[in-house]
Every structure is written in structure tokens, then in C-alpha cells.
Write a new protein. Structure first.
Length: 114
């Protein structure tokens, strides 16, 4: 199902990019002060700006989620430690119960008090 949605989004988006690129082939002169002027097609400028914006937005989102990832790692370590402690405690309980059963067989059983 996810692949269907992927293709429903990607195919029209790719078609729009192709149509935009074909319709905007006019060259624009970009003047970078220390480097000089560079003639570039309009579509190239727009697509490069979109790609750069996409990656900058991704980096900002990744950076802002850093605290959440850190808390998740801390909680995962605490959960692992708690599971190890629980397993150790359960082993100790099982060992004590088996020892209690062995000693219970050795204890003389008295009749109930009347």
C-alpha cells in the first residue's frame, strides 16, 4: 500500500519538475561579487534552491530532535538495566523457593492445634 502512495506522489511531482524545467530554460545572469557573473537557466536556479532548502530543513529537523533521541537512548538504557535487575531478582526468588521446599521436607510436620 505504501508503494502505491509513493508512486501516486512521485510520478506527478516528477512530471511537474520536467514541465517546469522545459518551460523555464531562459538564462538568467547571476552575479556573484568575487567570482563574477554566471549565466544559468531559471529552472536550475529554482531546483538547486529547492534541493538546498530540503537538505537545510532536514538538518534543522534532525538537530531539533536531538534532545528527544538522547532521552530515548537514556530511557532504553534504564529499561535494559531494569530488565536485568528483574531477571536477577526472579532468579534469586526461584532459588530461595527451591531451597525453602528442600528445607520444608526436612521440617517435622506437627498436627494442627485443636
Amino acid at each position: 500500500m505504501a508503494k502505491v502512495f509513493y508512486w501516486i506522489i512521485v510520478v506527478p511531482l516528477a512530471a511537474l519538475v520536467i514541465i517546469f524545467s522545459i518551460n523555464n530554460r531562459t538564462e538568467v545572469r547571476l552575479d556573484f561579487w568575487p567570482l563574477g557573473a554566471v549565466p544559468l537557466p531559471v529552472y536550475l536556479i529554482v531546483l538547486v534552491c529547492l534541493v538546498v532548502g530540503f537538505f537545510v530543513g532536514g538538518m534543522v529537523a534532525w538537530r531539533s530532535a536531538g534532545g528527544s533521541r538522547s532521552r530515548a537512548r537514556t530511557q532504553a538504557r534504564r529499561a535494559d538495566q531494569a530488565e536485568r535487575e528483574l531477571a536477577t531478582a526472579q532468579d534469586r526468588i526461584d532459588r530461595l523457593l527451591s531451597e525453602a521446599e528442600k528445607t520444608a521436607d526436612d521440617i517435622l510436620k506437627l498436627p494442627p492445634a485443636a
